[in-house]
Design a protein around this ligand. Structure first.
Ligand SMILES: [Zn+2]
Length: 413
């Protein structure tokens, strides 16, 4: 028996929606450029709102442009909310974000098809500017909703052209009036692509996500002595880039030595004056470290202190190291995780438990109510690129899992 007949989602209808929304901002190489609060984002939102109204949802827009569509329940209880985002990075893919929104819409449509009236209401949410490609930080709108970012601060964030977020929201007609504040939730569930290789490597179509790893960000400035690349003998040099090079490999060694799930990255490095004939006098660089265990991140920070100190002493350069941002491990709610596992089992989807290495709106939503996520595989583990791809068989398993998990959660107290 096909999963579709068992659980009621319509694969063909879902596939058509993915194709149709994927055409808004489509790139010639099969990807998507639909950056937050651009004309493409507006067209994507307009289509989603139309589909949500066609499905009989009561649509509202909040002060951050988050879109909510509510389907009434049998009782006036807090809703089970499904959500994700439809903005993309430039030349991104057509699965990151929009797949979660469309599987949520398919869940609503399937409830209608089968004339199911759930006990709790079911809400579909679309969050503004999840990617942070245009306005930083990422996940700014769920952050405001969770009370972690002040509305005024979010409004005044500017893109690289100096346009304020609030003005961009108003321009596309999505500056809503509904307060952007925590609301009572039965549960929040987000389906998303894995963006890593594990599900595909193991031939599994569903990831039951247990939580989002902790993140530590540090910034480092190294002050060497800028001098001429010719007449300055090697023995008297204090080269900031030589120290930085040692630190870049040292940062990787931290992950290798501590092992486990720890990942460490130097992703940004700026060299001054960055010309061929001067010894680099100043370097700034970023260090991103992630692990599910907060203790490991603490140890990794101490290792980083030691690596930086040793490398800078060897080269005789000064430095400032600042650990300026830290997000602890976000565990998901055991009852939501259990509902996802039961659903995946009922669907017959090969699944495994997994952690998210990337941030999602679910991270902030977990501060508001019981939260969980469902992952589907990413081909070659790739995302944020035009090659991003998830096979339709896996999407069907993921969507059916979402449908059953929502049904399960929406019937319980
Ligand atoms: Zn995403």
């Amino acid at each position: 028996m096909s999963a579709q007949r068992e659980v009621g989602i319509d694969r063909k209808r879902l596939e058509q929606s993915i194709d149709e929304l994927g055409r808004i901002g489509a790139t010639p190489r099969g990807g998507l450029t639909r950056v937050a609060l651009t004309d493409e984002d507006k067209r994507g939102r307009d289509l989603m709102v139309r589909w949500m109204r066609d499905a009989g949802l009561r649509v509202s827009i909040d002060q951050m442009g988050n879109i909510f569509g509510e389907r009434a329940g049998r009782e006036p209880l807090p809703p089970v909310m499904m959500g994700s985002h439809i903005d993309s990075v430039p030349t991104g893919g057509k699965y990151d974000g929009q797949l979660g929104v469309l599987c949520g819409l398919e869940t609503i449509r399937a409830l209608d098809t089968h004339r199911i009236r759930t006990r709790h209401p079911v809400t579909l949410a679309i969050f503004t500017n999840e990617e942070g490609a245009r306005f930083q930080p990422a996940m700014i709108a769920s952050g405001v909703m969770a009370g972690k970012i002040a509305l005024e601060d979010a409004y005044n964030v500017r893109d690289k052209d100096g346009i304020r977020l609030v003005d961009a929201l108003e321009r596309i007609g999505y500056l809503g009036s509904e307060p952007c504040v925590p609301r009572p939730l039965r549960a929040y569930l987000e389906l998303h692509i894995e963006q890593g290789p594990f599900l595909e490597e193991e031939g599994r179509s569903v990831g039951v996500v247990d939580g989002i790893v902790g993140i530590s960000w540090s910034r480092l400035s190294i002050h060497g002595v800028q001098d001429h690349a010719g007449p300055t003998p090697m023995r008297i040099r204090h080269d900031a880039l030589v120290a930085a090079a040692e630190i870049v490999t040292g940062v990787r060694t931290i992950a290798k030595e501590l092992g486990g799930d720890l990942v460490t990255t130097v992703g940004n490095l700026v060299v001054h004056p960055n010309i061929p004939n001067a010894i680099p006098g100043k370097i700034t660089l970023s260090i991103d470290m992630r692990d599910p265990r907060d203790e490991t991140l603490e140890v990794a920070r101490r290792c980083l202190d030691a690596v930086v100190k040793a490398a800078c002493e060897r080269e005789g350069v000064r430095y400032e190291l600042e650990h300026y941002w830290r997000v602890p491990f976000t565990p998901f709610a055991p009852d939501v995780v259990a509902a996802v596992e039961r659903a995946a089992t009922a669907v017959g989807a090969p699944f495994r438990h997994i952690l998210s290495g990337a941030g999602h709106d679910a991270q902030y939503m977990a501060a508001i109510g019981p939260t969980g996520m469902i992952f589907v595989p990413s081909r070659d583990g790739r995302s944020h690129c035009e090659e991003e791809f998830t096979p339709m068989d896996d999407i069907e398993h993921g969507a059916a899992t979402l449908f059953l998990a929502v049904l399960d959660l929406a019937e319980r107290v």
